[in-house]
Ligand binder design. Structure first.
Ligand code: ADP
Length: 255
């Protein structure tokens, strides 16, 4: 029955004794589905009123010079916060889509132009902060997958490297083939992450340094998106970091 989910486990004792345990996890699965639907619906419902509010804030901003200074400051705060909320909702919807849409037929994705484009965007993001962003491309030209999803995962990693590396820092992006895997490595010499945070970084809204993340406009959902995209591509993510020295994120895709 496809609406019923059972988990089996068989324990072997001596020569004769066998124990078969059957757990009915149907209710757990149903709750999980309800959670996914709820998050998707809330995000979707919040989007329209927020777009209206942002529109008004933007229109008021055009006449900001007519307002007293204190009100101008409030208006710019309102604009900043509504942009943050829009970014969070956009990421929540992206995550919901990754969780709920069934996999389609994968297509060949040309990884090299994709990474060149993302690195160009990252240089624009760094702007006058003077990061050196180096790109080395020797891995396979294509991998099978979904271009939009890979773009979003790779941009999250590369933009994070810019966000969490002080001005003038170095970021290396490498696309190589290794042990029958295509690997993307994003290495920075930025602020680094304490070891105890690393296992939890791909949880939604988990941040090693919440105030820094908010300061840089982070939604706290980027690495959760990366994890889901990699899962849908049969890949995995490895994170290595040292406080004050920098971080390395490696995405591995089986070839
Ligand atoms: P955020 O939007 O907060 O950046 P992410 O899910 O992308 O959320 O990342 C989760 C947390 O992991 C960040 O808040 C930050 O603490 C840490 N992090 C991610 N990338 C890096 C990096 N390159 N260097 C240092 N810390 C990082």
């Amino acid at each position: 029955n496809k609406n019923q989910h059972l988990m089996f486990s068989i324990t072997l004792f001596g020569r004769r004794d066998r124990l078969l345990l059957v757990h009915d996890v149907t209710r757990l699965k149903q709750l999980e589905e309800m959670r996914k639907d709820f998050v998707a619906n809330v995000s979707h419902e919040l989007r329209t009123p927020l777009t209206v509010l942002s529109g008004y804030v933007e229109t008021m901003g055009m006449a900001a010079e007519m307002l007293p200074q204190r009100w101008q400051r409030m208006l710019s705060q309102m604009s900043e916060q509504s942009q943050r909320m829009e970014a969070i909702i956009k990421d929540l919807l992206a995550l919901s889509r990754l969780e709920t849409t069934s996999k389609q037929q994968p297509l060949p994705v040309a990884v090299k132009p994709l990474l060149e484009q993302i690195c160009a965007d990252a240089r624009a993001l760094s702007n006058d902060r003077g990061h050196r962003i180096e790109l080395q491309l020797s891995g396979p030209a294509n991998i099978a997958g979904f271009s939009d999803e890979l773009r979003s995962a790779f941009s999250n990693l590369i933009f994070n490297a810019v966000k969490y590396t002080p001005d003038g820092g170095e970021i290396h992006v490498e696309w190589v083939e290794q042990d029958k895997h295509a690997c993307l490595t994003v290495r920075d010499n930025g602020i680094g992450i304490a070891a105890h945070h690393i296992p939890r970084l791909t949880e939604r809204f988990y941040r090693a340094d919440p105030s820094r993340s908010k300061e840089t406009g982070g939604t706290g959902l980027g690495l959760a998106i990366v994890k889901h995209v990699l899962m849908r591509h049969g890949g995995d993510l490895q994170i290595d970091s040292e406080m004050g020295k920098g971080s390395t994120f490696v995405c591995r895709f089986p070839l």
